[in-house]
Design a protein around this ligand. Sequence first.
Ligand code: NAD
Length: 408
Amino acid sequence: FSNGNGVKGSDPLFDELAKEVSAMSDFSTHEAMFFRLDTETNCLYMIFVHSTKRGQAQGGTRLKYEGYEKLEGAIMDGMRLSKGMTDKNSISEIWWGGGKAVICPLTMDIFNEIDKHKMENKDKIYLNLDLRKSVFVNFGKFVASLGGIYIAAEDMNTKTTDMLTILSVCRFVTCLPPEVGGSANPSGWTAQGIFKSMLATVMHFENKNDLSGNTVNIQGLGNVGLPLAELVLKSGARLNVYDTDAEAYETLASYGDKVKAVSANEIYTIQSDIFAPCAIGGILNKDTIPLLNCRYVIGAANNQLRDFDEDYKLLNARNIIYLPDFFINRMGIINCANEQYGRLENDLKDEVEKVYSETLELLADCDATSKTPQEVALKWATEKGEILHPIWGHRSIQLLNNYIARTK
Ligand code: NAD
């Protein structure tokens, strides 16, 4: 079903759901949402399309199992994440709109079954491949049925191999493995983008071109946190780290006492210059912000603010500079953008440098306007989000009408 903005029609099975969702405050700002209950795998598939002004709606497909006690929570999250993708794609000047998909196993048992894996040489090897394959094949068919309105990508709890499974039934998917011409794991580039925004911040505030003498607290030493830790250490900083997985620290052992493993609470409270959230979202909130003992928050995690409208103000009230996640973690999406046109390493190097120069511009604009980086970045993203794709601007409205006419 859609927001009625020139598009009509709904699946009778979801009429009641449509009624509830239409009453939600974020609904009117989205172009469309698609829901399918997959009875074979017992998963609910949800696709959220925020904007297609700059092009097809692109954003990760996450396999989500916790934190959603009610369907309403999952839908609200999906709407916010898809709006976040419009902002991120716009700020990155990618010719994509913003979307997001959530695959919601209906019980924890089903999630465990889908996600069952063993750790071997730090690689996740899935044991229950048949069920996992069915989930992504059926999801791929759902995406294909939309005819190009949404393009899938890797996200929380999904892997490039899952994207390959989607590709077996659907052409609208990115973040594919390199063996099939895809862009592979973007995390190293994301880490470089975060690092460059740290460098730009110390240049702006401290007139320094490295992190010597600084201390950085990294929460989460995964695909992004680990390469970021190495960049930060090589730039002369000391590091405090925390990860829920004790094995994550092993790679940093060679740095000796420059790296200190701290507790879940200390990663917020122990004094540092930069706090770098690189694990999960929602960790900046009214409980954690008073604990922070840093000057800047610069990290990769998506949706760090639990309350998008209020938490950046709490940080500002404490004089902590918060660089918005969608502004600085863009290298992940830039890495897979334009996969279909071929990918050049030099483009990515240029884009990393752009993160540096644009962070400097952002901070200068904040000085000039007495606004926070969050406010200025959102303003820029909103302006860029209104620019139509030069050929296919807002075409998904036509695709939507076509879809509804086909499926009525
Ligand atoms: P990852 O799953 O590889 O790593 C996350 C790490 O955080 C793991 O080592 C995990 O054990 C740890 N962790 C989980 N919960 C934790 C907690 N409460 N406290 C401390 N550690 C915890 O993920 P990633 O690819 O490194 O991404 C990290 C974050 O950055 C995510 O929020 C992701 O959405 C975001 N992000 C990633 C990319 C990318 O290119 N990978 C791009 C943009 C944004």
